[in-house]
Design a protein around this ligand. Structure first.
Ligand code: SAM
Length: 198
């Protein structure tokens, strides 16, 4: 079996219908945040966007949303859903760990949901470096950490709150709270607003 760092691993899960992460709707923690305390409109990256429900939602809310995923299946389906809704979200087939070269300081914000828990935990420091590289100074990283506790062998790999230490620096935490979650994820999510300080 391919490793989680290979797109084939994920494409195979899509092909087998083993996409247990699929919500078929934008994530409630994101919707609540944007409805109550929306950051200024700007360019927002969605790493590991899957079928793009969150990126399409952000586009509908006036953000220039770019979803990245290295599974061709995810990107194809995300583009088809966006076309069907005439949503302006863009979808790019790319390994997120290769974004820094083409997208240095390119984004005002990042929405992280179920990508950090999908990557090999040994690559988490690399993930933080990459997100910091594609975000402009002063930009925001809104992350919903999930699952807080280990439930089975990953992915998803557990993301306890202590993992926030990996983001500091170059990020500082501005807000952190338990969000409204879909039923199956209640008590397993932690929402964090981080700011790139330099
Ligand atoms: C658990 S799924 C979550 C998808 C989406 N965020 C959602 O909530 O529906 C993880 C997604 O991240 C993608 N992914 C994992 N590692 C990646 C990487 N290194 N670069 C780009 N995409 C990646 C997978 O292809 C998959 O679509």
């Amino acid at each position: 079996m391919a490793s989680v760092s290979a797109s084939e691993f994920w494409t195979d899960l899509y092909a087998r219908g083993a996409d247990g992460w699929e919500l078929r709707q934008p994530a409630p923690p994101l919707v609540d945040f944007i409805e109550t305390t929306p950051p200024p409109r700007g360019r927002v990256a969605v790493p590991g966007c899957g079928r793009g429900h969150d990126a399409r939602y952000l586009a509908r809310q006036g953000y220039a949303a770019v979803g990245f995923d290295f599974s061709p299946t995810a990107v194809r389906e995300a583009r088809a859903l966006a076309r069907g809704e005439a949503a302006a979200a863009e979808f790019v087939e790319r390994d997120i760990f290769a974004l820094a070269g083409d997208y240095a300081n390119a984004f005002d914000g990042i929405w992280e949901y179920t990508c950090f828990c999908a990557i090999d935990p040994a690559r988490r420091a690399e993930y933080v470096r990459t997100m910091a590289a594609i975000l402009r100074p002063g930009g925001w990283l809104l992350a919903c950490l999930f699952p807080l506790r280990r439930r089975a062998a990953g992915p998803p790999f557990a993301v306890p709150r202590s993992e926030l230490r990996r983001f500091r620096p170059p990020f500082r935490v501005e807000r952190a709270y338990a969000p409204r979650s879909v039923r199956a994820r209640q008590g397993q999510e932690w929402m964090v607003l981080l700011r790139k300080t330099c």
